[in-house]
Each structure stands twice: as C-alpha cells, then as structure tokens.
Ligand binder design. Structure first.
Ligand SMILES: Cc1cc2nc3c(=O)[nH]c(=O)nc-3n(C[C@H](O)[C@H](O)[C@H](O)COP(=O)(O)OP(=O)(O)OC[C@H]3O[C@@H](n4cnc5c(N)ncnc54)[C@H](O)[C@@H]3O)c2cc1C
Length: 344
C-alpha cells in the first residue's frame, strides 16, 4: 500500500506523521511519501507565530473546530511536557484576547480547553484602557501555546523521516490526473490554497496576512485586538511577531508599506516599549480561506482520496486534530475496502 500526502505545510506533515506512526504501531508495512512544491521554511505556516487560537474560520462548524483545536492543545501539552519542547518551538504563553467592538466574550469556543480562561472584569478593562485612544469593550485572558512552524515543521519532519517516511519536492499540477496516473493507492490532499489550482476548488480564496518581526525578548505576554482594524503582538522563542492584516481575495505577496505602518504604529500604541525594538523583517503570507474547511474522503473511485485543506487563520491550531480525523477516515476507508487485512 503506497500512500502520498500532497502538501508539506502543517496540515500535510501532521497527517503524514499520524498515518505513518499508526501504521508502524500496528506492525503494517508503511510506505508514506510527502510530495510538496514548497517545504519549510517556505510554507504559509512558516511566517506565522503558530499561536494556538481558532481564528478566521468562516463557516466551519463550531463542534468540529472545538474537537480539532482541543486535540492540538493536548498534543502541544504533551510536547511541552517532554524533552522535545525546545526543539519543536513549543512555548506556554499567557494571552489577552480583546475587542473594541460590541462583540461579547462570555462564550468563547475554547473556554473549556485553554488553561485559566476567564473573562476580564470592567476594572481590568479600565486599567488597560487608561490613557489609550482605543478602548477595549470586552476581553478574556487564558494560557495558550505557540508552536512556531519554523521549528515545529522540522521537528515533525524529522519524526516522520525517522520512521521511514519520504519527502519529495514536487508540484502536482492536477490532482485528478495524479490520482489516475500515479502508483499511489491512497492520496491525502493537504495543498492549502494550492487546491484552488490543483483541485480547481473555486471556493478557495486567499486571506492575505502581513506581519513584522522584531526583537523584544522582554515581552512575555501575547495580545490580540480581534476587531477588524485591530493589531496583535505574539512573542515567539527568539522574536516577537507584530500583526497584522487579513485581506480577503488579495493575492499580493509583496510587503506593503501602508500595512507595515498600520502594524508598527498600532502595536506601538498598545506597547510603547516596542518603539525601541529592533526591526528584523516583514513577511506576507496567504492564508487558505474557504467558506468551510474541507476534511472528507471522496466518495467512489478506485483509490482512497482524502481532502484536508481550507484552514484559514487556524492551520497550526487545528493541525493535529485534523490529522487525527484524516487518519480515522483512512482507517474507515481501508476497512470498508477490506484493505486492512489483505494489503496492510
Ligand atoms: C500572517 C499569518 C499569521 C498566521 N498566524 C497563525 C497562527 O498564529 N496560528 C494558526 O493556527 N494559524 C496561523 N496562520 C494560518 C496558518 O499559517 C495556515 O492556516 C496554515 O499554514 C495552513 O496550513 P496548510 O498546511 O493547510 O497550508 P500551507 O501551509 O499553505 O501548506 C500547503 C502546502 O502544500 C503545497 N502545495 C500547494 N499546492 C501544491 C501542489 N499543486 N503540488 C504540490 N504541493 C503543493 C505547498 O507548497 C505547501 O507546502 C497564519 C497565517 C498567516 C498568513
């Protein structure tokens, strides 16, 4: 049984790791290859802070988002408590999630997942608002993780390759042709925004994100103003990410000076000390937007095909949970086709 995972971003690599580790655990022959046009440090996730928090997911059903994100939170907890935490870039981070709109935060999706999740009191909001132009109207505080993909991806790829997984740099121009012509029995599609082209999924659209990285190792608290015109500040191991934009249907991957000014000025208003922080670089990425994340097995067909793409602004947050569901779908398909006994 030959398995191809198309796409070497967080979704593809997580799926490949889970499939391979499962096959190994059952003593089945395991032949899993990741085929990807780009690999770390050139995937969408590589520019992100890898903050755990469900964000920009349009109409993806809340129950699914809750399940997937909980699985990732638990996975990160497991890594954080292991000797791999530093290598995988997993950090525990206190976080403030705020708004300046009329949105209320009494019922956030992850209140029962993240540690110490609680709504801020009016007194605390008043404290944050003191002397500021922008006034927060509501907010929560919780403890979350960051797992920056420039570290998490190499860590997961090493884990995958240590079990015999193969990684090949290759673009698949048309998935349908690949399914028919390749020697693979199972194809897992994790091409993110690439699905717009290789699957011809016109429901896919970019959500452009521009960020800046600065050196500010004295920052130990993350913050987002989730309002449309809000900013965010997320510390990583060696730098702090300042954000950010979320422009739908914008495919411009060049750094835009106006966006940079919005990011730097907005973040400095929140934390004035950032004025003296050393600017490292700016970065633009295109989030894989979709009305609803697509995670399903294709019906019919000789080969098993599973799609896992359209993670919007939450690909890192959902990576391990979605990969777990890919594996469950695969097991189901293998059983339904009597593959488990005959071929594995
Ligand atoms: C500025 C910014 C900040 C972000 N911050 C966070 C955050 O803090 N937390 C969070 O959870 N998420 C965050 N995100 C979102 C997150 O980065 C994405 O949701 C995530 O990267 C999606 O992962 P993916 O593996 O599905 O897609 P991608 O990372 O885009 O990977 C797709 C892979 O498929 C490959 N591919 C595409 N087409 C083909 C093809 N035809 N043939 C072969 N290979 C192909 C690509 O080369 C790539 O390797 C952020 C995004 C941006 C832009």
């Amino acid at each position: 049984m030959r398995i191809a995972v198309i796409g070497g971003g967080v979704s593809g690599i997580s799926s490949a790791v889970q499939i391979l580790e499962y096959l190994k655990s059952t003593g089945s022959p395991a032949d899993v290859t990741v085929l990807s046009e780009a690999l770390t440090p050139n995937t969408t996730g590589d520019g992100s802070a890898g903050l755990w928090a469900p964000y920009l997911l349009s109409g993806t059903p809340k129950a699914r988002v809750h399940r997937w994100s909980k699985q990732m939170y638990d996975f990160l907890k497991q890594i954080w408590l292991s000797e791999d935490a530093g290598e995988a870039g997993v950090c525990l981070l206190p976080f403030l999630w705020l708004t300046t709109t009329t949105t209320t935060m009494h019922d956030v999706l992850w209140k029962d997942i993240a540690y110490s999740c609680r709504r801020l009191t009016q007194k605390e909001l008043d404290g944050l608002n003191k002397g500021k132009e922008r006034k927060y109207t509501d907010g929560i505080e919780f403890i979350t993780y960051t797992s920056e993909p420039t570290k998490l991806l190499p860590y997961l790829m090493k884990r995958f390759q240590a079990n015999g997984g193969k990684i090949v740099q290759q673009k698949i121009a048309n998935l349908e042709d690949f399914i028919t012509s390749s020697e693979y029995d199972v194809i897992i599609n994790c091409t993110g925004l690439g699905s717009r082209e290789c699957v011809k999924d016109n429901g896919m659209f970019s959500i452009r994100g521009q960020v800046s990285r600065v050196k500010a190792n004295w920052l130990y608290h993350g913050l987002i103003d989730e309002s449309d015109d809000g900013n965010y500040i997320i510390p990583n191991c060696e730098s702090v990410i300042l954000g950010g934009t979320h422009q739908e249907n914008d495919y411009n991957t060049k750094v835009c000076p106006n966006d940079k000014a919005f990011i730097i000025n907005g973040c400095q208003k929140i934390v004035p000390g950032l004025e003296n922080a050393q600017h490292l670089y700016d970065w633009v990425g295109l989030r894989p937007g979709r009305d609803s994340l697509r995670l399903e097995a294709e019906k019919g067909g000789k080969k098993i095909v599973i799609h896992n793409y359209g993670h919007g602004g939450s690909g890192v947050t959902l990576a391990w949970g979605c990969a777990d569901e890919v594996l469950e779908l695969l097991k189901h398909e293998l059983q339904a086709r009597n593959f488990l006994k005959s071929k594995l």
